[in-house]
Ligand binder design. Structure first.
Ligand code: ZN
Length: 211
């Protein structure tokens, strides 16, 4: 019995030491990432996977940085994502994730509309023009995909909504105001809790499309 106890203690100690050395080795191997590398890592590990079901669309993989732009800004085109230095420097990871997801969502909006059998062109609305609808749809897709695949980040984003609203500002011809954009996202999130995220996404997408 004593032998078994001794053996157990020995195993625990050696096991602990073994784990410790593994942790140390892992720490030594972890590279220190710059802020830009951290954003690229976020994009590769958390944003790109959100869109993996849109396999007929090429999701951009390259990053282009506008170092002079200290505001939080981004854009996406086929092949690359452009980001401002301000977005790289932001300490709010959920905002970074949302902004990047919104940009990629623009690229897959028509694919999603085709899936929902809505056509291939955002229709002109009576009160909301197609540019503004495109923004609302990209917001919706970003927040929906975050809710499904990154729920903790979605919760953080909701906490950051007042900040995001101020960031998005008063809007203009092509962009609805921050207030309107946040309202639409809140409506979707509320509907998602009453029905399901998938049903709420379908309804909200159609509503915006036909505004
Ligand atoms: Zn946009």
């Amino acid at each position: 019995m004593k032998k078994i106890k001794l053996l157990l203690v020995f195993t625990l100690i050696t096991g602990f030491i073994c784990c410790q050395s593994t942790v140390l080795v892992e720490q030594e191997l972890l590279p220190v990432l710059s802020k830009q590398e951290q954003l690229e890592h976020l994009y590769t590990t958390k944003v790109m996977p959100l869109f993996k079901s849109y396999d007929n669309v090429e999701i951009p993989t390259e990053f282009v940085v506008d170092k002079k732009d200290k505001t939080i800004n981004a854009g996406a085109s086929f092949g690359y994502v452009s980001v401002s230095q301000g977005l790289i420097d932001s300490e709010k990871e959920a905002i970074q994730l949302f902004v990047l997801a919104h940009e990629v969502a623009h690229i897959v909006t028509i694919s999603q509309a085709i899936i929902f059998d809505l056509g291939t062109e955002i229709p002109a609305g009576t009160n909301v023009n197609p540019y503004q609808k495109a923004e609302l749809l990209a917001d919706l897709m970003a927040v929906h995909l975050m809710l499904i695949h990154e729920p903790a980040m979605k919760t953080t984003l909701e906490g950051d909504f007042p900040y995001l609203k101020a960031l998005l500002g008063g809007g203009g011809f092509t962009h609805p105001s921050g207030e309107t954009r946040i309202d639409f996202m809140r409506q979707y999130l509320k509907l998602a809790t009453h029905t399901t995220p998938v049903d709420a996404f379908y309804d909200s997408f159609g509503n915006i499309w036909n505004l």
